[in-house]
Design a protein around this ligand. Sequence first.
Ligand code: AMP
Length: 210
Amino acid sequence: MGYARIALLGPPGAGKGTQAKRIVEATGFVHLSTGDILRDEVARGTQLGVEAKGFMDRGELVPDELIVNMIRGRIEAASSGFLLDGFPRTLAQAEALEKIVALDIVININLSREEVVNRLTSRRVCRNCGAIYNLHFKPPADPTRCEACGGALYQRDDDQPDVISNRYQVYEESTAPLVEFYRQRGLLQDVDAERPSDEVFECITALLRA
Ligand code: AMP
């Protein structure tokens, strides 16, 4: 693969996590998902987790400084390549990132608001291995069990309808401006996520090989 420092952009529910898992399997790059790291901090009851939980439950962004401090060392350690998933999410984070490392490519996964709401309300996640399912598009044989590891499937606290609409608004206000930010730098590539997940993955793979 030609690119080793990659960021995925896009609204919540566009499939960033699903695509990220496949990309890191194919490339061996380090998957850096700020959402996953934060959920782990919350589950372990760390100080960062306690500070972040309220923001997450309301569908708001965790303050930039906490996020940048949390991710900096992980980026610096991933010298052979990384995939950022859910970071950066604000202009301040993008500017902080530029001081840490230069990205090779930013993939913008596009999805309409209506489809975001559809997908998030039916998303289920494995509590054990983090595998992502969708009750409509990628239904597990048993809606309560992970097909990969048998772990319990759950609905994220922030995938409740009132929180979803807040998360989308936060995306439009804080994260969508990054599309122009990276387009101006010549780093942005758009991918239409309205299509089946396999096609989206093929499209991303082609971009990464370019
Ligand atoms: P995600 O799994 O990427 O949808 O993230 C879940 C939640 O974690 C978000 O709604 C935010 O509350 C928080 N979060 C994740 N990444 C960031 C980030 N880069 N900046 C601020 N908050 C974040």
